[in-house]
Ligand binder design. Structure first.
Ligand SMILES: Cc1cc2nc3c(=O)[nH]c(=O)nc-3n(C[C@H](O)[C@H](O)[C@H](O)COP(=O)(O)OP(=O)(O)OC[C@H]3O[C@@H](n4cnc5c(N)ncnc54)[C@H](O)[C@@H]3O)c2cc1C
Length: 402
């Protein structure tokens, strides 16, 4: 995963303006209007920020509720492992999660992340991150401290780290709670309404047309259906992931995690770590030890959710995301998860396919394909971490200021 700055605004033309009847126009007496396409964390972040800045806001969502990637994920706000633009967005998003969670009444746990090192190279890599970021952001752990902090199989744990800046939210409830809170505060939600076209000042939906001073397109991977040229230019495709929620069912009792847990498989992929000297050795060592994990491009990690663990994930990239999931991906996750926690009693409660947008050599697609039409897309699996920061930045670029 390489970093790149958000793309420069594109000059390509968006969907041609339509002449459908205007069914909902902004009123001069109540101010300027922002229309947001998509009620995921990015769209809700844009709605919250535009509302805070004094705009009238309408969110148009094709589904009946929040159903996209923003509820399919780990709930891990993984600030520390980001670099460059993603780090800037993540630090801004961290503040927004904390304030929105307090205001809207959903849990945002400032518990940090534990990273477990199971080889000397992994521990060296964590040391390199600590040297770069300092002990405020990366607290190195001895093997004994890591074993005490995380209920993993003690051998071969050689050390670890605690990353205190990171947050944990419940992915099933956080974004829906934010949507409910915004709706109660006057943000206009048009559920079960698909946007068919966007043009300067105008959004055409399956239930009529909206006028807008600014349009934020937060349609995520479905950007390729709404603005195909913009998506194709950036190479946007879909990445689909195997995910499971597991519960220990044996006589050894519960498996309580106090924080999200990352492993060497995670270290090799997040930008801040992947750029460090020992990252290649970590990746090569894992691939040699477990070729099937490398073939599935696995990121072995876990987050706690109400007495269960969310365990993932694998990565398959293509234009579309067929729903058919190879059982081998689930077998792999369970094998790696049971080995990590030394528990052969982890039993699957739920399994699902998550889907997020991916694009080569960029983490964000920020574009203005037509005047006043602003695309905000996270193009890798870090939107819970960065999406609220991206949304605020896109509003700044759109001139939606307080
Ligand atoms: C399995 C999995 C695990 C992940 N884990 C993490 C994690 O732990 N930490 C992290 O930071 N990130 C994680 N991510 C990534 C993160 O979930 C996403 O980057 C983020 O949720 C994207 O938010 P979004 O608002 O852009 O998209 P979405 O949540 O997908 O929302 C987009 C919305 O737009 C709507 N829409 C699309 N087209 C239209 C249209 N034409 N009209 C109306 N509505 C439309 C869709 O219905 C959808 O509701 C994970 C992702 C997955 C899939």
């Amino acid at each position: 995963m390489n970093l790149s700055a958000p793309s420069a605004p594109s000059t390509e033309s968006a969907t041609a303006p339509t002449r459908a009847p205007v069914t909902s126009a902004p009123s001069a007496s109540t101010g300027r209007r922002v229309v947001v396409v998509g009620a995921g964390v990015v769209g809700l972040g844009a709605a919250a920020e535009a509302h805070r800045r004094g705009y009238r806001v309408t969110v148009v969502e094709q589904a009946a509720g929040v159903v996209g990637s923003s509820v399919q994920n780990f709930g891990h706000v993984c600030v520390t492992a980001q670099a460059g633009t993603a780090r800037r967005y993540a630090l801004a998003a961290r503040e927004r999660w904390l304030s929105l969670g307090a205001a809207a009444g959903f849990d945002v746990a400032p518990v940090g992340t534990h990273v477990v090192a199971r080889t000397a190279a992994e521990q060296r890599l964590l040391g390199e991150l600590a040297a770069e970021r300092g002990s405020e952001e990366v607290r190195l752990l001895t093997a004994a401290e890591a074993r005490a902090a995380v209920p993993v199989r003690p051998d071969p744990v050689v050390g670890g780290a605690h990353l205190p800046l990171d947050l944990l939210v419940d992915p099933r409830s956080a974004a829906p709670a934010l949507a409910r809170w915004l709706e109660a505060r006057g943000v206009d939600f048009r559920w079960r309404t698909a946007v068919r076209a966007v043009a300067p000042g105008r959004v055409t939906t399956t239930r009529g047309t909206l006028e807008a001073d600014a349009v934020v397109v937060a349609a995520h991977h479905d950007l390729d259906r709404l603005l195909p040229a913009t998506a194709e230019e950036a190479g946007v495709r879909r990445c689909r992931l195997h995910m499971v929620r597991v519960r220990p069912t044996g006589s050894r009792g519960p498996l309580e995690l106090s924080t999200p847990v990352l492993t060497g498989w995670s270290m090799a992929r997040y930008a801040a770590l992947a750029a460090l000297p020992s990252a290649a050795e970590v990746a090569a060592g894992l691939a040699a030890a477990d070729p099937s994990g490398a073939a599935w491009d696995v990121n072995l990690m876990a987050t706690p959710q109400g007495g269960t663990l969310i365990l993932g994930d694998t990565h398959l990239r293509a234009a579309d995301a067929p729903v058919f999931q190879d059982e081998a991906g689930f077998d792999l996750l369970l094998r790696l998860g049971r080995d990590l926690f030394g528990r052969d009693d982890l039993t699957v409660v739920e399994r699902w396919q998550g889907t997020y947008a991916t694009a080569p050599e960029r983490e964000f697609l920020v574009a203005e394909p037509a005047p006043g039409v602003h695309v905000a897309t996270v193009t890798t699996g870090i939107g819970m971490t960065t999406g609220l920061g991206l949304a605020a930045d896109v509003l700044d670029r759109a001139g939606v200021t307080a």
